[in-house]
Ligand binder design. Structure first.
Ligand SMILES: CC(C)(COP(=O)(O)OP(=O)(O)OC[C@H]1O[C@@H](n2cnc3c(N)ncnc32)[C@H](O)[C@@H]1OP(=O)(O)O)[C@@H](O)C(=O)NCCC(=O)NCCS
Length: 143
């Protein structure tokens, strides 16, 4: 992910989640975290299909954001992006954390498929249209 990708990434995030990140959050992530975009190139030009942002500290990684543009969801790209990012983690990483809305069934199913398990909840953590909802905390242990 480069600074030039920022406008597209922000637009995809706004179209994909009820609580999108600000441009500032993405820009700060560029400095502080591992940020990647998934691109495709065709006769029409280049297109960003999705992105992932991962923080790594010593033996621990956290998936801070993984998103596929709405028009490209359900085609196996999210699984491809997650698998590639997990495979690229430094070998020192023994555990991967993430948080997900309790209502985000597609993401929860994806994480289960890759071996993540629920390890806790944060009650009323996320704002929704109708009130608040819990965050599920998930871990993946790496051997
Ligand atoms: C979560 C997300 C990244 C998945 O990406 P995707 O490209 O749509 O998912 P894929 O097509 O690769 O599907 C991979 C797996 O995810 C799960 N999944 C995807 N869409 C699903 C749906 N509508 N219902 C249930 N499970 C679903 C399934 O386990 C699926 O595996 P399967 O096809 O073998 O059943 C995507 O839906 C997204 O960007 N959502 C908005 C942003 C978001 O919520 N990110 C996660 C924040 S924690």
């Amino acid at each position: 992910m480069s600074f030039e990708d920022m406008a597209t990434v922000v637009a995809i995030d706004q179209a994909s989640t009820p609580d999108p990140w600000s441009r500032g959050q993405f820009q700060q992530s560029l400095d502080e975290h591992h940020c990647v975009v998934m691109r495709t190139t065709s006769a029409e030009g280049e297109e960003i299909l999705g992105y992932a942002i991962i923080s790594t500290v010593l033996d621990t990684a956290e998936i801070l954001n993984i998103t596929i543009a709405p028009q490209h969801q359900g085609k196996g790209l999210g699984a491809q992006l997650l698998a590639a990012q997990l495979a690229a983690l430094p070998s020192a990483v023994t555990v991967v954390h993430l948080e997900v809305r309790v209502s985000n069934i597609p993401a929860i199913c994806l994480y289960h498929q890759y071996g993540f398990v629920e390890v806790g909840r944060r009650r009323d953590y996320y704002l929704t249209e109708y009130g608040r909802e819990d965050a599920i905390l998930m871990n993946l242990a790496r051997v």
